[in-house]
Design a protein around this ligand. Structure first.
Ligand code: ZN
Length: 269
């Protein structure tokens, strides 16, 4: 093949790739990568030193933030995994019920339980356990995003369009972290600031919960605060309250993820 033809072929392939990526881009990502990484940092601050050591020695993971958005990246290739990132609760219902809302187990709530079991079983191959850990870091984040416990008909707010800062965006994107100005401070600083504010009594209360509780909290926040818009507009109160909720959900996700891993690896050494 002549050099010229090779170049033309290469350019064509590049274009095809760009078109493929653009058309397959899924907007239901969950927290965006910044949110997931912030949760990873918060979890790191709350890991027991033995847990940290175990994760590094066993899985060669230095910081949970480094693997926090892996699951979103691979879902671009494995489209069948998309439903694992959220749970649609039946319209009008305020709490999650596995038999009704996730009968096939392919939703974020049940996947968390599944991957906890995979990770806990040291008979499993190392790679399988490492992937389970990476999924968990991500999915504990997703289940805390209120609109990941949204309604099927609007695809968790993806089909609700609003104007924000002069741009037309969807509600899901805003709750994925679009409401936070990530340029203001580094992710680590943001995570640290949230972590410092954490009060012991609050932490204790938040840790006294399990996956279905996290899902139910998200569902409640979605119905009570995320969905109700006045004339499809975002009021000042809506924005400030939503940002407060997002901060709280991220800190909750971070400490619960850390607690889960601390518990899981306590007996593994
Ligand atoms: Zn996700």
């Amino acid at each position: 093949m002549s050099k010229e033809r090779k170049v033309i072929l290469f350019v064509c392939r590049l274009w095809l790739l760009i078109i493929f990526l653009a058309t397959n881009f899924d907007d239901a990502h969950g927290w965006g990568s910044q949110g997931h990484r912030a949760i990873g940092y918060i979890a790191e601050f709350n890991l027991a030193s033995e847990t940290k050591k175990y994760i590094f020695e066993e899985f060669n993971i230095n910081n949970l933030a480094d693997v926090a958005d892996w699951a979103d990246k691979i879902r671009q290739k494995r489209r069948q995994e998309s439903p694992w990132h959220y749970t649609n609760v039946r319209a009008g219902e305020w709490t999650y019920e596995a038999a009704r809302d996730c009968p096939n187990g392919k939703c974020v709530t049940e996947k968390i339980k599944e991957f906890v079991a995979v990770l806990a079983n040291i008979e499993n191959p190392l790679k399988k356990r490492k992937n389970a850990l990476k999924y968990l870091v991500h999915f504990v984040g997703d289940v805390h995003q209120p609109l990941h416990l949204g309604n099927r008909k609007d695809r968790g707010g993806n089909r609700i369009h609003v104007s924000y800062s002069g741009r037309k965006v969807n509600l899901h994107y805003l709750w994925d972290g679009g409401l936070i100005d990530w340029r203001e401070e580094s992710l680590q600083k943001y995570a640290k600031r949230l972590n410092i504010k954490l009060v012991d009594s609050e932490k204790k209360e938040w840790l006294n919960s399990e996956v279905n509780d996290w899902a139910n909290e998200s569902r409640y926040l979605a119905l009570k605060y995320a969905y109700p818009l006045e004339n499809m507009k975002l009021s000042k109160e809506y924005l400030s309250r939503s940002r407060e909720i997002l901060d709280q959900r991220m800190i909750q996700a971070g400490i619960r993820l850390a607690d889960l891993l601390n518990q899981l690896f306590k007996s593994k050494k």
